[in-house]
Write a protein that binds this ligand. Structure first.
Ligand code: HEC
Length: 112
């Protein structure tokens, strides 16, 4: 049931492009901010990185071709696709809430 709601919500997001633009901006902020996602600490993206390119996780690219649900799941709990992932489970561990993850996903969808 929860999954269904998430799918419904992500479909709603893609239906409204103007809203998706704002959401992507918010997601980028979460991605770059230490106290929020802090994704940049491990992932180089769009030429930005800390401690040189891709310090720990892979450089993020070509994510625009990923289905939104796959991106959501990856951020929610990376262990579902990679049981030995070194990436924190942002959703499962309550580091980011549902809306924050959706914003991050909107940003990830802009990464070419
Ligand atoms: C502690 C380091 C760390 C942090 C912080 C981190 N990640 Fe990761 N991430 C990884 C590692 C390591 C992998 C590769 C292993 C895997 O796929 O699980 C990965 C993989 C990914 C992938 C799959 C990339 C691909 O090409 O397969 C995505 C998408 C991703 N991370 C997004 C994020 C987002 C968004 C955040 C912030 C909310 C984040 N990560 C924070 C370490 C991290």
């Amino acid at each position: 049931m929860k999954r269904l709601l998430i799918v419904a919500a992500t479909v709603a997001i893609s239906a409204t492009t103007a809203v998706a633009g704002d959401l992507a901006k918010e997601g980028e902020k979460i991605f770059m901010t230490k106290k929020l996602g802090n994704c940049l600490a491990c992932h180089a993206v769009n030429g930005k990185s800390v401690n040189g390119p891709g310090s720990f996780g892979p450089k993020l690219q070509f994510l625009s071709s990923w289905p939104e649900q796959a991106l959501y799941d990856k951020v929610y709990d990376p262990y579902t696709t990679n049981p030995i992932s070194a990436m924190p489970a942002f959703g499962k561990n309550g580091l980011l809430d549902d809306n924050q993850i959706k914003a991050v996903v909107a940003f990830l969808k802009t990464i070419k």
